[in-house]
Design a protein. Structure first.
Length: 181
C-alpha cells in the first residue's frame, strides 16, 4: 500500500474516532449546557485532528482529511438525523485550518532560514486562528449574525479538544518512550 493511502487511512480513522467520541459526550453536554448542546461541542477533538494534520502534513492535509470529513458529514446528516447539516460546514472547517496553517507559518518563521520551528505554541496558535475563522464561517453559514457567545462556544470547544488531544498524545509518546527503554 502506498504511503499516501496509509496516511489518508490513518487520518480518516483518527478523525472519525474523534468525531464519534464527541457524539458520545454530546448527551452529557446537552444536560450541562442547555441551549448550546446542539450548537457546538465543548470538547471537540476533531479540531485537534484537523490542526495536527495540517501542522504535520501541510496543505496535503486537505486530501488526507477529506474522506473522514465526508464520512462524518454523511453519518451526522443521514444516520444521526441532522439532514439539514450542510456539507459546506466541512469545507469551511478545512479551509479555516488551511488559512490558519499559512498564517502561522508566517508568524513563526525564523529570521535566519525562513523555516517555521516546531513548538506547541505554534500548534496552539494555529488552532486558535483556525477556530476563529471556523467559528465565523460556521456562524455565517447558518445565516446568523456572528455573536460573541456563539463564537466563544465554538472556540472553547475547538481549543479544549486540541489541548486534550495534544496532552493525550504527549502522554502516550512519553509512556511509549519509557516502555521502549
Amino acid at each position: 500500500m502506498s504511503q499516501g493511502l496509509t496516511v489518508t487511512m490513518l487520518v480518516t480513522l483518527a478523525y472519525c474516532a474523534s468525531f464519534l467520541t464527541v457524539s458520545a459526550i454530546a448527551p452529557i453536554q446537552r444536560a450541562l449546557i442547555p441551549g448550546y448542546g446542539d450548537l457546538a461541542a465543548v470538547f471537540f477533538l476533531p479540531h485537534g485532528v484537523r490542526v495536527l494534520a495540517f501542522f504535520f502534513l501541510g496543505w496535503m492535509a486537505l486530501a488526507h482529511l477529506l474522506p473522514g470529513k465526508v464520512i462524518m458529514w454523511a453519518a451526522t446528516a443521514y444516520l444521526f438525523g441532522h439532514a439539514s447539516l450542510s456539507i459546506w460546514g466541512s469545507i469551511v472547517s478545512l479551509l479555516s485550518c488551511l488559512v490558519a496553517y499559512e498564517i502561522t507559518k508566517i508568524i513563526f518563521r525564523h529570521h535566519g532560514d525562513g523555516r517555521p520551528r516546531f513548538s506547541w505554541q505554534m500548534v496552539m496558535t494555529m488552532g486558535l486562528i483556525a477556530s476563529l475563522f471556523n467559528a465565523t464561517g460556521l456562524t455565517l453559514l447558518q445565516a446568523q449574525r456572528p455573536e460573541l457567545t456563539t463564537m466563544a462556544v465554538y472556540v472553547l470547544g475547538d481549543m479544549l479538544g486540541l489541548t486534550c488531544l495534544m496532552l493525550g498524545l504527549m502522554a502516550y509518546f512519553r509512556w511509549s518512550d519509557r516502555r521502549g527503554s
